[in-house]
Design a protein around this ligand. Sequence first.
Ligand SMILES: C[S@@+](CC[C@H](N)C(=O)[O-])C[C@H]1O[C@@H](n2cnc3c(N)ncnc32)[C@H](O)[C@@H]1O
Length: 344
Amino acid sequence: MTNDRHALMNLRCPQGIVTVDGILEGYQRYQALLAALDLGLFEYLDREGGGNRNEIAEGIGINGLFARDFLNVLVEAGLLVLDGEHYHNATAATGFLLPQGPFFQGDVVRNVARHTSWNNLAAALARQDPAQGKAGTGPSAAFIAALGQNALRGELQTVTRAIASWKSFHKARRLLDVGGGHGLYAIALCQANPDLRAVVLEQAGVVDTTRRHIAAYGLEDRITVEVGDIRAESLGSGHDIVLISHLLYKFRKNLAPIFKSVSASLAPGGLFVSNHWFCAAGCTVEARAVQALSKALQSFGHPLCREEEFDRLFAENGFNVVTTTSALASFGPTRLQLAEKHAD
Ligand SMILES: C[S@@+](CC[C@H](N)C(=O)[O-])C[C@H]1O[C@@H](n2cnc3c(N)ncnc32)[C@H](O)[C@@H]1O
């Protein structure tokens, strides 16, 4: 080492390290949340009505030496509340981190680190084509569960209420949900219309997961899950409603045959529902950068781009678009379209 570069004793730390540390702390807080989920902390506090740090350490099986600091990270993060010596769940934990709750987000939380492009971002950013698992296998059960938990934050309610307000919804008997994943859209619609039966078409590696979700709602007798491919020549026939949500991105260069087979699969007067992200007008950058990158990674950088091209495909395949609205998905608003197949 030469002595002429930096006199270390006189180096002055520049400003800005708090920015770097803030990012690291975000990661460490995230790891604390993962640990709390893995240790069942929120369930323990819910069951026991809270506790002091020694009780909690014993209850969840951690070394008491770490308990106070660990719990205080979660207090600072807004997930626990400390009253004197007593810790209990904050509203965010009660609402979103109890596995039995309808808005449980545990898989969404875990998924960021374990099953998405975020766990090896450098590789994901360098990829030239969408990641391919083994042909036709599809995403993991954890990823599918996370998609379902995300959808239940409000997107699913908006989409299914829009479908339920379609004038013929209560006369509908057959629904096809292509790439339905978690099956929650089919479940919600069958709950709303007791005469409706549904088929969820999915990749071979996903169908067991879909079936588990459907069984959890006791709807196995009305919702069947079939292995299939949206690119197949036929998607069956006589459906009253065909739903496609967040699936078309990777087929965006060849949408025409899909519109054709959806049209052929619908009964006259039937409804085609599409729910997808499109580029913002002029393909401009959106406000929340992390959210925008998440969306780009999930849709492989290609929200559907040309609204007018999409609308033309509806017209060319015998559809009349009855509503174009939007659902707020976790990574931004979608374009939600309901299109009726001409009755003749
Ligand atoms: C992003 S998820 C959307 C799940 C659900 N429709 C939603 O909106 O929450 C896309 C789903 O499409 C399925 N999928 C992918 N390629 C498919 C194909 N060629 N045919 C049918 N389904 C496919 C995946 O397995 C996955 O469950």
